[in-house]
Design a binder for this molecule. Structure first.
Ligand SMILES: O=C(O)CCC(=O)C(=O)O
Length: 272
């Protein structure tokens, strides 16, 4: 297994590994360490089948059924499908399912169909963003807690005519939200990272609404400044693994044609 860095803040390419063949315990350990070190891994995996994809996810832990993406169905519920033809392109910055009490620790996404050009995925390091804050801002954020709410996405679509009033009402009734510290400590590295995102974070608890809005707007903009990011241009068969405890990501919705991804997420635990 050869690891080559791809970005200054995060991202590395892994070569010399046939993930379709199954991995022994030592290799899984090495891969996990590489994930902790680089936060995003790019692994060539042409022809990866859903069974192999799930097996690889299980090497990192229990795999989940995604809260809202469609999946491959019977026996393959843990393989969710992001199909641009169904209107599913995750084009706003987010950390996966941050509205859950324990968001996934990581996600493995495999390119099934790629557009001829475009549709890159951007990643941002939450610890690089935290480290670059002023000491005054770090002190201000200490102890703050934010509400992450799945219905925020439906609300945004509703406001722009992409969801019906009933869908919006159902999303609110489903009440999928959790409180998380604004600054989270990574359980493996001990690094502090900013944990807010414009997709799910609704407000910071206990602050006046205008102050909460202003702080969140600042943090969300700050988090994705270029020095903290890696931009991935997909090649056929690429498998990306990201540490969801250390990153945010979004897809650039700049493409024409079909983009179809299969994704498997690994369940997260208390403390990350
Ligand atoms: O399609 C991608 O490149 C990223 C997908 C994504 O945002 C997600 O799985 O949450």
């Amino acid at each position: 297994m050869r690891i080559t860095r791809l970005g200054s803040a995060l991202g590395a390419r892994v070569d010399g590994l046939d993930v379709t063949a199954g991995l022994d315990a030592g290799t899984v350990e090495g891969l996990y360490q590489a994930l902790v070190d680089h936060a995003v891994l790019v692994i060539p995996a042409p022809g990866l089948t859903p069974d192999q994809h799930m097996a690889l996810g299980r090497a990192f832990g229990e795999i989940e059924v995604h809260a809202f993406f469609p999946n491959l169905g019977s026996g393959y519920e843990q393989v969710s499908v992001l199909d641009s033809a169904q209107g599913n392109t995750a084009s706003m910055w987010h950390t996966d399912e941050s509205f859950l009490p324990h968001p996934p620790m990581g996600t493995l996404t495999h390119a099934e169909v790629l557009p001829e050009v475009g549709g890159d995925t951007l990643f941002a390091s939450t610890s690089a963003a935290y480290d670059a804050l002023s000491p005054n801002m770090k002190a201000y954020l200490e102890g703050l807690v934010a509400v992450h709410d799945l219905s925020r996405t439906t609300e945004l679509r509703f406001r722009f005519g992409g969801a019906t009033p009933q869908q919006y009402a159902d999303a609110i009734a489903a009440d999928r939200r959790s409180l998380h510290p604004v600054v989270r400590t990574h359980p493996e590295t001990g690094a502090k990272g900013l944990f807010v995102n414009p997709t799910y974070t609704r407000h910071i608890a206990g602050l006046p609404p205008d102050e909460s809005d202003a702080v969140l707007q600042f943090l969300c903009r700050h988090s994705v400044k270029e020095p903290f990011t890696y931009r991935h241009r997909w090649a056929d068969g690429d498998l990306l693994v990201w540490d969801n405890r250390a990153t945010m990501h979004m897809v650039l919705n700049d493409f024409e044609g079909h983009r179809l991804m299969h994704r498997v997420s690994v369940v997260g635990h208390a403390g990350g």
